[in-house]
Ligand binder design. Sequence first.
Ligand code: CMC
Length: 385
Amino acid sequence: MAETGAPVISHGLEGVYIAESKICKVDGSAGRLYYRGYSIDLLANNSTYEEVCYLILYGRLPKRRELDAFRKKLIEARPLPGMVIDVIDEFARRQDPMDTLRSAVSALSAYDNDMNDSSEAANFDRSVNLVSKLAGIVATIGRCRNGGGYVEPDGTLTHAENLLYMLNGSRPSQKDAKLLDLMLILHAEHSSNASTFSTLVAGSTLADLYSAVTSGIAALKGPLHGGADEAALRMMRAIGSPDNTERYIEDALKGKRKIMGFGHRVYKTYDPRAMIIKQDLIALQENESQEVKALTAIALRAEKMMIDRLGKTHGIWPNIDFFAGPIYVSMGMPIEMFTPVFAASRIVGWCAHMMEYWQNNRIFRPLEYYSGPVDLEYVPLDRRK
Ligand code: CMC
C-alpha cells in the first residue's frame, strides 16, 4: 500500500509474473531468446517451422521419425471446411484481415466433433489442427480480399511453401519460402506477451481452445503489438526517400509520436530477432527491387538515428517488427497480411502456453483500485438537472 492508502498499481502489469513456464525465456537485458532452452539464433540457422512447432508443443526436438509423423499430421489437417471458406469469402472483402481471421477461427470450432472433450490429448490434436489450418486460413483471406478463390493445399510442400502457394496460387521461389520459414520461426513464441496473456485469460475460465486463441488474435491486431510490423512499413513508405529519414524521425520525436518497430517492455537492448532479420535483409539486397533497396536504406538510417538518440539512454531499440516489412515486401506479401502471418506463426505459442497453463489452472482475476465516489443519491430521471 502507498501512504495514501491506495495500493501500488502495476500499470500494464509491468514486472508482474503471472505463471511459471518452461516454454520460452526472454532475457531482456542480454538480448537473448530461447525456445525450450534452444537459442533463437541456433533455431533460425538450423531448424524449420515444423520442427520448431514440435519443439514448442512437445518440449524437445523430434527424432526423424517423429518429425515425419508430425509433418504428415500437419499436411493432413490443411484442407479447410467449405463453410469456413464461405465465411472468409464473405468477410474478407469487407474488413481487416485480422477481423476475418478471428471469425474464421470461431467458425472452425463448428467442425470440431468433440468440443466436450477437454482432455490434454484432445487439446494437443486441436493445437496441431490449428497450427496447420491457420496458415491456410490466412492465405485464403489474402486471396479472397482480392476476389481470388480458395486454393487447395499441396501436400508435397512445406508449411511455409504451402502458405505462399495457397496465397498466390503458384509455387514460391526457394528464396521466398526460406524467408517465410525464417519469419515463422522467429514469430512462433515469445512468453507472456499481450496476445498470449489474452489467450491465457480467456482459457483460464475453462473456455475452449478456439475461444482462447480468438482472444489472442484480437490482442495481436493492435499496433502496439503484432500490428507494429504494418505500422513500421507504413512509416517507411511515408518517409519515401532515404534522405528524408532523419528529418521525419526528428519531427516524430519532437511531436512525441512513437516510432513503430522500436521499444519493448522486456528487451532493453537489441531484440535478437530484429538482429537476425536485419542481417537477412542486408544479405538479400543484391537482386532486390528499387523499392526494397530504398526501404532498407530508410530502415538502416532510422535504426542508426533511433539507437543514437534513444538506444543506450532510454533502452529503446529495434524490435522484431521493424525490419520485417522490407522482408515481406521482398517476397511480394501485401502489407495487410503481415499481422495475419504473424498470427499464423504465433498460434503454436498460444496453444502451448494454454495447455501448459491448464495443467495448473487458476482463473485470472486481478484487482482494480476504485477511486470514484460511493453511496450517491439516486435522483429520478425527470428531476435531474
Ligand atoms: N518510439 C518513441 N518513444 C518510445 C517508443 C517508440 N517506439 N517506445 C517507447 N517509447 C517511449 C515512450 O514514449 C515513453 O516515454 P516517456 O516515459 O517519456 O513517456 C517510454 O518510452 C516508455 O514507453 P511505454 O509505451 O510506456 O513502454 P511500454 O513498455 O509500455 O511499451 C511498447 C512497450 C512496445 C508498446 C512500446 O515501446 C511501443 O509502443 N513501441 C512501438 C510499437 C511496437 O513497435 N510494438 C511492437 C513490440 S515487439 C513485437 C510484439 O510484441 O508484437
